[in-house]
Design a protein around this ligand. Structure first.
Ligand SMILES: *[C@@H]1O[C@H](CO)[C@@H](O)[C@H](O)[C@H]1NC(C)=O
Ligand SMILES: *[C@@H]1O[C@H](CO)[C@@H](O)[C@H](O)[C@H]1NC(C)=O
Ligand SMILES: *[C@@H]1O[C@H](CO)[C@@H](O)[C@H](O)[C@H]1NC(C)=O
Ligand SMILES: *[C@@H]1O[C@H](CO)[C@@H](O)[C@H](O)[C@H]1NC(C)=O
Length: 186
C-alpha cells in the first residue's frame, strides 16, 4: 500500500485513540493541601478489653484447635467481638468493640498474630475505627502492637498500642486487658 496522506492521517488517528484508551483516568493525584489544613494530631486512648471465652455468652470463640496439642497453642485461631470499656469493670461504660482474631503463630511460647479493628461507639468517635495488626505474646507483661490505619476521625492514623493483662482467670481463660493506644492522625 502506498503511504498516501489519507493513510498517514488514519495512522495518526489510531495513535490518538490508542493514547486515549489507556486506563489512566481512574486515579487522580493532586498536591497535598497546605500545612494549615493538614494539622497532624496525636490522640491517646485508654480503655479495657474484655475477652470472655467461657460461659453461655462468650465474646471470643475458637475456630481451629492447636496442632498436635501444642502447649504454645500454635495453630489455634479465635474470632472475637470483645467489648472495650472505659474502666476495668466489664460493667463500666462501653466505648467500642475489638473485632478480629488472634491466632497462635509461635511454637516456642504463646505468641499470637493479632489482627483487629477497634470499632469505637462512644460520642464523636462513634463509627471511627483503628486497625491493629501485630504480635501479642500474652505471657509478657507489656505487649506492643502497631496501629496500621484507621477510618472516620482516624483516617491516615498510625501509631502503637500497649497492652497489659489486668486480670486473668486461669480456670476459664477469661481476661481483662488494659490498653493504651497512641495514634497520629489528621
Ligand atoms: C507432633 O508430635 C509428634 C510426636 O510428639 C512430633 O514428632 C511432631 O514433630 C509434632 N509435629 C508438630 C508439627 O509439632
Ligand atoms: C456487673 O453487673 C451484673 C448485673 O448487674 C452483676 O451481676 C455483676 O456482679 C457486675 N459485675 C461487676 C464486676 O461489677
Ligand atoms: C452510634 O451510631 C449508631 C449508628 O449511626 C447509632 O445507632 C448509635 O445509637 C450511636 N451510638 C452512640 C452511643 O452514639
Ligand atoms: C497506660 O497509661 C497509664 C497512664 O499513663 C499508666 O498508668 C498505665 O500503666 C499504662 N498502661 C499500659 C498498659 O501501658
Amino acid at each position: 500500500m502506498s503511504k498516501s496522506p489519507l493513510f498517514l492521517l488514519f495512522l495518526f488517528l489510531l495513535l490518538l485513540l490508542n493514547v486515549e484508551a489507556k486506563p489512566a483516568n481512574f486515579i487522580k493525584t493532586s498536591p497535598s493541601p497546605s500545612k494549615a489544613r493538614l494539622r497532624r494530631k496525636i490522640s491517646h486512648l485508654h480503655f479495657y478489653f474484655h475477652d470472655i471465652v467461657s460461659g453461655r455468652n462468650p465474646t471470643a470463640v475458637r475456630i481451629t484447635q492447636p496442632v498436635n496439642n501444642s502447649l504454645s497453642i500454635f495453630g489455634m485461631i479465635s474470632m472475637m467481638d470483645d467489648p472495650l470499656t472505659q474502666g476495668p469493670s466489664p460493667n463500666s461504660t462501653e466505648v467500642g468493640r475489638a473485632q478480629g482474631m488472634y491466632a497462635g503463630a509461635a511454637q516456642d511460647e504463646v505468641g499470637f498474630l493479632q489482627a483487629m479493628n477497634l470499632c469505637f461507639t462512644a460520642g464523636k468517635y462513634n463509627g471511627s475505627v483503628l486497625t491493629v495488626l501485630g504480635r501479642n505474646a500474652p505471657m509478657h507483661p507489656i505487649r506492643e502492637m502497631p496501629v496500621i490505619g484507621g477510618s472516620g476521625l482516624f483516617r491516615f492514623a498510625n501509631g502503637y498500642a500497649l497492652a497489659r493483662t489486668h486480670w486473668f482467670d486461669l480456670n476459664t481463660g477469661d481476661a481483662t486487658v488494659e490498653y493504651n493506644v497512641t495514634v497520629m492522625h489528621y
